[in-house]
Design a protein around this ligand. Structure first.
Ligand code: SF4
Length: 328
């Protein structure tokens, strides 16, 4: 696309969004806290999943003050099932910073927003444009795909050069007077029309500007890291004191959450086998072997959780599934 068409491209997206934009709860508000919550939830979680959880979360934590006042375990438990728990820790840290540094009022300056814990370039752009309607750029995977195709750009989108180029383009293309609708439209175009597998170019509101010759082959990405298979050997040890579980220490992926205790293979292979659980986390393909232990000495960090407290005890989804399945 030539530079002289940039403003027509942006206006075409805004016009399309007026009639075709989807109605989501986070698009009915300009409350920066509500928008921050939606943006954090939508990172690495699908829109249908977030739609099923967002309003309940906002009812429980309608303000930064509400989340800042909750303890971490309560926040983790409420986030359960959404995964990537560092997000809720960052959200709570941001809520505490808003309470302590901004007297509970969400900051409006870019500098102050950027200084909040867990806020990166994308979230800054989302808050400035969606909450304050300020012409701030944003780039996510959908926007990158649209740009790669519109500009027929074969630079890997996840390379430093590709990222820099798309952020520069985003800054130059953002609509000057309606950035809220423009940024929403750009992302929605990637979600609904300029999709990864099968772009529906005939329905595209910016097809006259698009220079992609083979859109399905774009965007180009750097080679993927190899998937590594790993195995874990865990025990189910339930007594009248409760279920033995291990609190994940600071710095661990699931810090502050509980999981079934882990053992060395030689310590469990003679125990009755309960099940194998398989799941994928980032670039790891996990196989978890679970054994029933009639006797077990708690290791450091392990403790019995009374059965009636398990429902309110934060744990990652794989552990929650096992607890729901085997609790007796
Ligand atoms: S014309 Fe096709 S490839 Fe180009 S932006 Fe639209 S949907 Fe994507």
């Amino acid at each position: 696309m030539q530079e002289e068409h940039f403003s027509d491209f942006s206006q075409a997206l805004v016009d399309w969004f007026k009639t075709c934009g989807k109605d989501y709860p986070w698009r009915r508000t300009t409350d920066p806290w509500a928008i921050l919550v939606s943006e954090i939830m939508l990172q690495q979680t699908t829109i249908p999943t977030v739609l099923g959880r967002y309003e309940a979360w906002m009812a429980q934590f309608p303000t930064p003050a509400a989340l800042a006042a909750a303890d971490e375990q309560t926040a983790l438990r409420s986030w359960e099932g959404l995964g990537y728990y560092r997000r809720v820790r960052a959200l709570r840290a941001a809520a505490i910073a808003i309470e302590e540094q901004h007297r509970g009022v969400f900051p409006t300056s870019e500098e102050a927003i950027r200084a909040l814990p867990g806020i990166g370039d994308y979230t800054v752009g989302a808050l400035l444009s969606f909450a304050y309607n300020r012409p701030a750029p944003l780039v996510d995977a959908n926007v990158s795909r649209v740009f790669a195709r519109v500009f027929n750009d074969t630079t890997p989108v996840d390379s430093p050069t590709g990222r820099k180029r798309h952020w520069q383009l985003a800054a130059r293309l953002v609509h000057p007077t309606n950035p809220r609708a423009y940024n929403s439209a750009l992302m929605e175009l990637g979600q609904t029309i300029c999709t990864t597998a099968s772009p529906t170019c005939l329905l595209c509101p910016v097809r006259v500007f698009c220079t992609a010759t083979k859109p399905e082959s774009l965007p180009v990405k750097l080679p993927k890291k190899e998937i590594t298979a790993i195995e874990h050997f865990d025990i189910w040890h339930q007594t009248e004191q409760g279920l033995l579980m291990e609190l994940q220490p600071d710095g661990k992926r699931h810090e502050g959450m509980y999981r079934l205790p882990r053992r060395e293979p030689q310590d469990v292979t003679k125990l009755p086998h309960l099940c194998d659980q398989k799941y994928t986390v980032t670039r790891y393909k996990v196989t978890r072997h679970l054994y029933r232990a009639e006797a077990a000495t708690p290791h450091p960090g392990e403790q019995f959780i009374p059965l009636e407290e398990l429902a309110s005890t934060p744990m990652a989804s794989p552990d929650r599934k096992l607890v729901n399945r085997f609790l007796s």
